[in-house]
Design a protein around this ligand. Structure first.
Ligand SMILES: O=C(O)CCC(=O)C(=O)O
Ligand SMILES: [Mn+2]
Length: 205
């Protein structure tokens, strides 16, 4: 496993009400290619069916929930079965802890097969994430645009999440902002996104 790059190009994306910082090249390309393939091959991909407010809610094409706890992840009316954390995901999680100083115990692995796979505006504000969660998001494969929008002012921040990037959202970011990966008509290849979280096992859900 290669070591993360220096964190010199770390930058803050949010102007106020929380933090979302980005290191565009956290992992080197040779390492990300290997990670992408291994996670692609080892993941028992699931396609959750979601109904929210009576209409289909579009989520990343395929995704799977891995955790060191026995917590099922419940969001937007669906329950994700826990899978045991794999060594490769654990290793990436440990590197996210080194970079961010936060502890994680779970990861939602998302596969966007092409520009038609997306995740619509939402915040990761479920009770099991705790009140001001720190969420570390690693992107592998094709670059996709990530948007953040302030819930009250409507201010929008747009950023490209490149192969090997690390984005860490914390503080008020899940209270005050929503985020999305929009569909794109541009031809894009597959992308895997890993969102590491620390879930609280005794939260009332
Ligand atoms: O794919 C991404 O960059 C974001 C995924 C996301 O927001 C989520 O899993 O909650
Ligand atoms: Mn999210």
């Amino acid at each position: 496993m290669s070591t993360p790059s220096l964190f010199s190009d770390k930058r803050e994306l949010l102007p106020f009400d929380g933090s979302a910082w980005l290191i565009p090249k956290f992992f080197e390309p040779t390492h990300t290619a290997h990670l992408f393939q291994q996670i692609m091959d080892e993941t028992p991909w699931e396609m959750p069916e979601m109904v929210m407010f009576g209409k289909k809610y579009s989520q990343a094409g395929l995704s799977t929930w891995f955790t060191n706890t026995n917590v099922s992840y419940v969001y937007s009316g669906i329950t994700r079965t826990p899978h045991a954390m794999t060594p490769v995901l654990q290793a990436v999680m440990d590197q996210c802890t080194v970079a961010s100083g936060a502890e994680y115990n779970s990861v939602l692995v998302n596969l966007y097969r092409d520009g038609n796979d997306s995740v619509s505006w939402h915040a990761d504000n479920e009770e099991i994430n705790g009140s001001e969660p720190t969420i570390a998001s690693v992107s592998l494969g094709a670059t996709r645009r990530f948007d953040l929008r302030h819930k009250e002012s409507g201010e929008t921040v747009r950023v490209d999440l490149e192969d090997g990037s690390l984005l860490v959202m914390s503080g008020l970011s899940q209270h005050c902002w929503v985020h999305q990966i929009a569909k794109t008509k541009t031809r894009v290849g597959p992308r895997i996104n890993l969102t590491f979280r620390r879930v609280i096992s005794n939260a009332k859900i």
